[in-house]
Write a protein that binds this ligand. Structure first.
Ligand code: TGC
Ligand code: FAD
Length: 409
């Protein structure tokens, strides 16, 4: 007989192929066995274990949608399910992986030369080479079209470009060996992508200081990329990306991964809150789960996770069929990040106005202890709402598509 399954209420699994379910199982097993035991130490000490990407590479989780170069050639849905399982542990772990797979590897796969693909993709797929993606600058975050980093012909080294400028808030940058940096090419004024190899840069030309003491995403490393006449071989410019459509194409891939991933984080919050509510007793020995207000919190959060997963799955299917447009991705990224955060945390508005109540309240004072894992998810989800286009920016992307009038400037 068919029964309601609170862990998959709208039977999303029915929409997945055998292969996609197998990929999800592999990712879940890896995440639970290899990531969960590390996460508290990583988060407490801002200590990302670089070996994680190699371990992910060994089982085919990196660049999963790419065909060839040692990549799995899986569907966008399968790749989304990987993100969901990894983010079930921590958004920072998904972040480090997204940057490698969706931003750097996608960028090379879509816009790289055959030589760039042959050299870099197999190493990135195995996690032997660690990548980062530098678009944001200190003065230009939501508006990367105004970026100031400049690339010009190197005055001393023939066949080289010279890059100068600063990128900030760059995931993986302090430990990355390969940096995909977006800069304005002197002369044309167009934005182009460059692959900077750390091992090729002389001292002083490239610095990547870490941004320490973060209040969230502490299990991933974040830093700057400071370039001072950094020499980059001409062969390391991405030949097929000119203008913002290059970085934005990579972002479309990563944003969809975040839409899946945040549903994994929310599902973990639900799982933990449900267990806690069944075990914790207050008032005459009743479990918290007996109380209607607690049940409403769980009902809301379970509904949000189910809807968000279905929406991300639909957009991923459309993407594989060549029928997705960026606004669909903006819609799911915005909605899933906002709703995951709202349902995981305390909303700072009067309770009478609250539509989206949260899991964290169910833990009472214990929410403050990191051993309950819930506070960590809440802090991380705020960042997912901010990077890859803050939610209000996606609101404006949708508003532009709905009205035909753009509100950015
Ligand atoms: P706009 O005129 O809208 O577009 C410029 C050109 O880009 C094309 N385009 C896209 N192409 C592919 N995919 C997309 N999603 C695209 N969106 C736009 C567009 O067709 C146009 O092409 P062309 O050929 O006509 O030049 O540009 P705009 O400057 O008006 O853009 C405004 C806005 C707000 C939409 C854009 O700047 C924006 O999305 N801002 C948000 C910035 C952002 O998302 N930054 C992310 C940095 S990376 C990051 O956060 C990684 S975190 C990773 C982790 O740790 O998980
Ligand atoms: P701003 O652009 O200054 O925006 C501040 C606020 O103003 C936002 O709420 C925004 O929505 C709002 N705002 C801005 N313009 C408008 C407008 N026209 N109308 C209405 N509201 C507006 N970047 C990378 O390139 N690579 C990475 O790997 C990367 N990793 C990151 C990791 C972490 C942990 C964090 C926190 C950030 C990361 N980022 C990365 C940067 C991220 O993409 C930016 O923080 C984000 O795009 C927002 O830019 P900003 O911080 O400069 O905010």
């Amino acid at each position: 007989s068919i029964a309601f399954n609170w862990e998959d209420p709208l039977a999303a699994a029915e929409l997945y192929t055998e292969e996609e379910l197998a990929v999800q199982d592999t990712a879940r097993q890896f995440s639970q066995e290899r990531l969960l035991p590390r996460v508290l130490d990583a988060y407490r000490n801002e200590n990302y274990d670089r070996r994680i990407l190699e371990e992910m590479g060994e089982i085919g989780l990196l660049g999963a949608t790419i065909n060839g170069y040692g990549c799995a050639g899986a569907s966008t849905v399968a790749s989304g399910l990987i993100a969901k399982e990894v983010e079930r542990i921590d958004s920072g772990y998904r972040s480090a992986m997204s940057v490698q797979s969706s931003l750097v590897m996608t960028g090379i796969d879509k816009f790289g030369s055959p030589e760039q693909k042959d050299i870099f993709l197999p190493l990135l797929a195995k996690g032997k080479l660690l990548g980062c993606f530098g678009l944001t600058e200190p003065n230009h975050g939501s508006d990367p079209g105004s970026l100031e980093t400049v690339a010009k012909e190197h005055p001393l080294k023939n066949g080289y470009y010279s890059l100068s400028g600063t990128k900030t808030w760059i995931t993986n940058s302090p430990i990355a060996e390969l940096m995909m940096v977006w800069a304005r090419l002197e002369g044309t004024g167009k934005i182009r992508g460059f692959l900077i190899e750390r091992s090729q840069c002389p001292p002083g030309a490239l610095e990547t200081p870490a941004i320490k003491n973060k209040t969230a995403l502490r299990a991933s490393i974040t830093g700057m990329i400071q370039m001072d006449n950094c020499p980059v071989p001409g062969a390391n410019m991405l030949p097929d990306a000119e203008g913002l459509s290059g970085p934005f194409t990579c972002l479309s891939s990563a944003r969809l991964g975040i839409a899946f991933g945040t549903m994994g984080a929310l599902e973990d919050c639900i799982h933990r809150a449900r267990t806690y509510a069944l075990e914790r007793k207050q008032f005459k020995g009743n479990p918290l789960a007996k109380y209607q207000l607690v049940q409403k919190k769980l009902a809301d959060a379970v509904t949000v996770a189910a809807y968000g997963t279905l929406a991300a799955t639909q957009v991923a299917r459309l993407k594989d069929a060549g029928k997705a447009v960026p606004e669909m991705i903006s819609m799911t990224k915005r909605q899933n990040c906002d709703m995951a955060l709202a349902n995981a945390r305390v909303y700072d508005i009067p309770s009478v106005l609250r539509r989206n109540i949260d899991c964290v309240e169910i833990f009472g004072g214990n929410a403050t202890s990191d051993e309950y894992h819930i506070g960590r998810h809440v802090a991380n989800l705020f960042v997912t709402q901010t990077y890859e286009g803050q939610s209000d920016i996606h609101t404006l992307i949708l508003g532009r598509a709905i009205t035909g009038v753009q509100a950015f400037v």
